[in-house]
Design a protein around this ligand. Structure first.
Ligand code: FAD
Ligand code: SF4
Length: 511
C-alpha cells in the first residue's frame, strides 16, 4: 500500500520499529519549514541543530535503502506549512495511506488532527516509542488526588521500571531521594574534566538560514558547532558524561559559576528531546557506569541524574498533556510587567543575570538552576507577564520544545499555574544566589544590603513580592515561616523595601 510517513524534526528516533522492515511502498517525509522556524524567535544554534539532525537522519534512512522525501527550506515545492505540504504530496504521488507519530506539542497535534479529518485517504498515528510513559499516564496516576507531587510519581516510576530498586522493592542505597546532598557550591577545588565538544563545520546550513531571512537570536561559530546531531556523537556525549562528569553530577547540580557554563551537567537535552537518544538508554548507561565504579561514584550522584530524566522529564510531559490547552493561558499571580530588554542582550550590571544571559546567548544553554533561580527568579520577582517569559525560554535554549519548556517555565518557574507543579514559588533574595554561586563577588551590587544605593535588587524585590502576593500564599504551609518573618518586619522597613523594589521595576520598564 503506497504510504506516506511523516517524521517531525523532533522525532529522530533511530530505533523506532518503523525502520525495521523494508517496504518499497513506504515513503518518509521530513521538512524544514517556516511554520517551525517562525512560531517564536529561536536561537540560531537551535535552528542549526535541528536542521543538521534532520538532514543526518534522512541520510541514515537513505543509506538503509528507504525512500526519503526531504524538503529544504528554500525548495520551490516547499509550501512552508505542514498540512499544505502533506496534501500536495498525497495528491502528486497518489499515496493511499498517511501515517505519523504522535507529536509532543499540542499545536502540532491539533494541526495533524485537523489535517487527517480533511483527508480522503486512510491515516494512522503511532507512538514515538521514546518516552517511558504514555501521554495520559500521569493524569491517570494522579486521578482523584489533590496534589500532583513529583516525588510520588517518581517513586512509582522507579518501582514500575525497576530502576535503582532492590529485589525487595526498596530503593537502592536505602533512600529514594538524595536531594539534600546535591547542594555544594563550586569552589574550584579540583579541575572539571573537559566537556565533550564537537567542532564540526555547519557553514552550509548556517548560510541557508541566513539567506532565507529567518529571524534568530544569539551567537554561533558555524565553523565549530558544539552540539551533536547524530546518534554516534550523541552516544559519545553520553559515554563521556557517564565516565567523567557523573561522579560529581549530584554534588554540584545546583552550583553556579561565571567561568563554568556547564559544570558537571550532561548537555544531553538536545539529543534526548530530538529523540536521537532514548531516556531509558541514558538511564541504563548511567547505572552501568555506577555499577562498575561504585567506589568512585556515590549513589547520590546517579540517583540525582536519574531523577531528572525518569522523574522530572516524564512528569513535565504528563503535566503538559493533562493541562493543555488551558495551561498556556495560566497567569494565576496576575503578573503583567514586560520582560526587561536586557534578557535579549545581557546588558545589565547584575552579575548573576549578566553571566547567565550572556552564556545563554553564546551557547544556547544554561543549566537548570540558572534557568530557575537566576532568570526565572528575577522574572517572577519583577512580576513579569508569563507569556513573555515563556517566549524567551522557548526561543533561547537548544532543548526548548513546548511540552517540556511550558510546565518548567509557566509552572515550576513562574508559579502561573497557582502551584500545580511547584508547592511553593521558586524565589529567593540575593542570599541564596550568593550561597550557591560565585557571581556576587564581582557584582556592582552588594548582596547583603537591602535598601541602600548599591543594595542587591533581589533583596527588595523578594520582600516586595511576598508582600504584594500575600493573598496567594498566606495559606500555604510551606510559606508560613517566611510570612511570619515578613509580619515581624517593621512598617518602616517594609515601606522602604517596597519603595526600592517598585522604583527598580519602574526603571526596568523605562530604561
Ligand atoms: P542535566 O542537568 O545534565 O540533566 C539531565 C537531563 O535531565 C536533561 O538533559 C533533561 O532531559 C532532564 N531534565 C533535567 N531537569 C529537567 C526538568 N526540570 N524538566 C524536564 N527534564 C529535565 N528542559 C528542556 O529539555 N527543555 C526546555 O525547554 C526546558 N526549559 C526550562 C525552562 C525553565 C524555566 C527551567 C527552570 C528548566 C527548563 N528545562 C528545560 C529543564 C532543565 O533546565 C534542562 O533540561 C537542562 O538544563 C538541560 O541541560 P542538561 O542536558 O545539561 O541537563
Ligand atoms: Fe546577583 Fe545580587 Fe549577587 Fe549581584 S549581588 S550577583 S545582583 S545576587
Amino acid at each position: 500500500m503506497k504510504t506516506l510517513r511523516l517524521i517531525l524534526g523532533d522525532q529522530l528516533n533511530y530505533k523506532h520499529s518503523w525502520y525495521r522492515n523494508d517496504d518499497p511502498d513506504i515513503y518518509y517525509f521530513i521538512a524544514e519549514m517556516r511554520q517551525e522556524t517562525d512560531y517564536v524567535v529561536h536561537h540560531i544554534q537551535k535552528v542549526i541543530a535541528f536542521f543538521e539532525a534532520m538532514r543526518e537522519f534522512s541520510e541514515w534512512l537513505t543509506s538503509r535503502k528507504k525512500h526519503v522525501i526531504y524538503y529544504q527550506l528554500q525548495d520551490k515545492k516547499n509550501q512552508q506549512d505542514l498540512s499544505k505540504n502533506i496534501k500536495h504530496l498525497i495528491e502528486k504521488y497518489g499515496f493511499i495511506k498517511f501515517e505519523y507519530q504522535l507529536p509532543d506539542e499540542y499545536r502540532l497535534d491539533q494541526q495533524l488532527n485537523n489535517l487527517c479529518a480533511d483527508l480522503k485517504i486512510d491515516f494512522e498515528a503511532y507512538d514515538t516509542e521514546h518516552f517511558l510513559t504514555k501521554r495520559n499516564e500521569l493524569a491517570e496516576f494522579f486521578n482523584g488526588k489533590k496534589n500532583l507531587l513529583m516525588e510520588s510519581f517518581y517513586r512509582n516510576m522507579r518501582r514500575k521500571h525497576k530502576i535503582l530498586i532492590n529485589g525487595n522493592k526498596t530503593p537502592e542505597g536505602g533512600k529514594w531521594n538524595y536531594d539534600q546532598s546535591n547542594r555544594r557550591k563550586w569552589k574550584n577545588n579540583f579541575e572539571i574534566p573537559h566537556q565533550c565538544q564537537f567542532r564540526r563545520s555547519v557553514t552550509a546550513t548556517f548560510n541557508r538560514i541566513v539567506k532565507s531571512g529567518i529571524k534568530t537570536l544569539g551567537d554561533v561559530d558555524p565553523k565549530h558547532f558544539p552540539w551533536p546531531s547524530n546518534r554516534k556523537d550523541s552516544l559519545k556525549m553520553l559515554r563521556h558524561f557517564c565516565k567523567y562528569l557523573l561522579p560529581h553530577f549530584g554534588d554540584y547540580q545546583d552550583a553556579m559559576d561565571p567561568n563554568e557554563a556547564y559544570l558537571f551537567h550532561s548537555r544531553l537535552s538536545f539529543s534526548l528531546n530530538s529523540k536521537i537518544l532514548s531516556p531509558l538508554e541514558v538511564i541504563e548507561t548511567a547505572i552501568d557506569q555506577w555499577k562498575l565504579n561504585k567506589k568512585t561514584i556515590h549513589i547520590s550522584q546517579v540517583e540525582g541524574f536519574i531523577r531528572q530524566i525518569l522523574g522530572w522529564r516524564e512528569y513535565m510531559r504528563g503535566i503538559y498533556w493533562r493541562e493543555m490547552p488551558n495551561y498556556s493561558k495560566q497567569n494565576k499571580l496576575q503578573n503583567f510587567n514586560s520582560l526587561p530588554p536586557f534578557y535579549w542582550n545581557a546588558d545589565t550590571d547584575m552579575n548573576c543575570l549578566h553571566q547567565t544571559i550572556k552564556n545563554s546567548l553564546q551557547h544556547a544553554y544554561a543549566h537548570h538552576i540558572q534557568r530557575l533561580m537566576i532568570t526565572g527568579n528575577f522574572a517572577l520577582l519583577t512580576q513579569t507577564n508569563p507569556d513573555q517569559v515563556e517566549a524567551w525560554y522557548l526561543g533561547i535554549y537548544i532543548d526548548a520544545i513546548q511540552w517540556v519548556e511550558m510546565p518548567n517555565t509557566r509552572g515550576m518557574s513562574q508559579y502561573a499555574d497557582g502551584g500545580l507543579v511547584a508547592t511553593k514559588p521558586y524565589i529567593s533574595s540575593g542570599a541564596y544566589i550568593n550561597k550557591m554561586s560565585n557571581y556576587c563577588g564581582d557584582c556592582r551590587y552588594k548582596v547583603k544590603e537591602r535598601t541602600g544605593e548599591d543594595a542587591c535588587p533581589f533583596n527588595s524585590l523578594y520582600w516586595n513580592f511576598l508582600a504584594e502576593k500575600k493573598a496567594h500564599f498566606k495559606g500555604n504551609p510551606r510559606m508560613g515561616m517566611i510570612y511570619s518573618l515578613l509580619d515581624k518586619m517593621s512598617r518602616d522597613e517594609l515601606k522602604a523595601l517596597k519603595k526600592k523594589a517598585n522604583q527598580f521595576i519602574h526603571n526596568l520598564r523605562h530604561e
